[in-house]
Design a protein around this ligand. Structure first.
Ligand code: ZN
Length: 435
């Protein structure tokens, strides 16, 4: 029987295995990245390290050049220090705005349809990568824009960090109305049954993590009133865990923080003025603290462009000081920290400035870097494939100029090159003077 050419193409289309049999399997992509120094986040500082990469994963780390496979592409970053791709556990990637002159950011958010927001957000995604952040946990979006963006990044349609997203954050009805800002209506839930429904809806939509707002306080508002009761918080925590999801709980104040910790939250966001008993309980349970100190600094620097009314500054400045003081106490008490920027509007690219606050709070630069690598990976439930440079981990690497272990600013300001999943996504090495 004679098979016509078009029929044969149709058969290939229906039975892709036949087509595969016709051509050899694609060769694995092999890369060898050389660093002068390498901090692997697992306690070792390498000299003249070579990271061998196969496709999107790290195959091994060596110092022996003869381990480099013959056909590997060699990327020589010998004049830089390598660190793992960093993780920011608190972003709002799709609440991105640009700096069009005369266009305050808050009104932009209500004007832009969801598709426009996601399209614009690719710029923030790139700036996030440029800061050395290759993974984010995104904690609150409107209309499931975060899920769309996560999937577009995973499909290679947007270049950006790997995203773990929450869909709508749960809020009580009394969340303060923000003139000009769309309230996240999809996340409103009052009472235990509604909380259960809202958690299940986020899971059904494809959320990776659950977010709940247990207190007031956001933007230029630094009030700290608890919104959800202990029973409501506990219901959300248990429902999230039942689906194998972790939960992040927002509380600006000590009361929501106390109940969130007692209810078993995986991470506590912002919490300022926490009492000693709550801090002790966090240390005992291993609850992650994500203080997000720097986002209020960003609000103070940019309030006019955002569109806040004048007069909020003194309260916000005082909040920052108390936020830092709470972080200092928590660090001293042995609480685990994860780095979260709360990046929003035009803050993308400033994600790692939080690390400088952690050093101010008493951490060594290495301890600070752990909050954005191994600690953050543990909080994501990805301790075995994210946040370190070791065999089997995703090939997420950052080259910085200088020694980040003696000066945290090197990690914050001197990022020169970034690889995510084995692909080079940022390369500013040619911009540096040649040696
Ligand atoms: Zn936030």
């Amino acid at each position: 029987m004679k098979i016509s050419r078009s029929l044969f193409s149709l058969i290939l289309l229906l039975f892709p295995a036949l087509a595969a049999a016709q051509s050899p399997a694609p060769a694995k992509s092999l890369k060898a990245v050389k660093f002068g120094k390498l901090w692997d986040a697992r306690g070792k500082l390498w000299t003249n390290a070579i990271v061998l990469i196969e496709d999107d994963k790290i195959k091994s780390v060596t110092t022996n050049p003869s381990d480099i496979p013959p056909h590997a592409q060699i990327i020589d970053l010998s004049r830089y220090t390598g660190i793992p791709g960093l993780i920011d556990v608190h972003t709002h990637m799709t609440i991105y705005t640009d700096e069009t002159p005369g266009q305050p950011m808050l009104p932009q958010l209500t004007k832009n349809p969801p598709a426009v927001e996601v399209f614009l957000a690719r710029k923030g995604a790139l700036r996030t990568l440029e800061a050395g952040v290759t993974t984010v946990r995104d904690l609150g979006a409107d209309q499931y824009e975060d899920i769309a963006m996560r999937d577009l990044i995973n499909h290679g349609e947007i270049i950006g960090p790997r995203m773990f997203v929450c869909g709508y954050g749960l809020t009580v009805t009394s969340t303060p109305y923000k003139p000009g800002l769309n309230p996240p209506a999809g996340g409103i839930a009052d009472g235990v049954p509604e909380v259960l429904r809202a958690v299940r809806q986020q899971v059904a939509a494809g959320a990776d993590v659950i977010k709940l707002y247990a207190s007031t306080g956001t933007d230029d508002d630094v009030t700290q009133f608890q919104t959800y009761s202990y029973d409501e918080i506990k219901a959300a925590v248990d429902a999230a865990h039942q689906f194998g999801k972790k939960i992040a709980i927002h509380s600006y104040g000590p009361d929501g923080a106390r109940d969130a910790v007692r209810a078993g939250t995986d991470s506590l966001e912002h919490a300022t003025d926490m009492d000693d008993a709550t801090i002790q309980e966090m240390a005992r349970r291993g609850t992650f603290y994500v203080p997000t100190i720097d986002h209020n600094r960003y609000y103070l620097d940019n309030w006019q462009k955002i569109g806040y009314a004048d007069g909020f500054q003194e309260k916000t400045k005082a909040f920052i000081e108390r936020n830092l003081e709470t972080a200092r106490k928590a660090h001293k008490a042995g609480v685990k920290f994860a780095m979260g920027s709360d990046a929003i509007y035009t803050m993308f690219g400033e994600n790692t400035r939080e690390l400088a606050w952690f050093v101010k709070a008493g951490m060594t630069p290495e301890q600070a870097l752990r909050t954005a690598t191994t600690n953050a990976a543990e909080l994501l439930g990805h301790a075995t494939d994210l946040g370190a440079v070791a065999p089997g981990y995703f090939a997420d690497l950052v080259a910085v100029e200088g020694d980040p272990l003696s000066n945290i600013d090197i990690a914050i300001k001197n990022v020169r090159w970034v690889m995510k999943s084995g692909q080079v996504v940022v390369d500013k090495t040619s911009a540096s003077p040649a040696r």
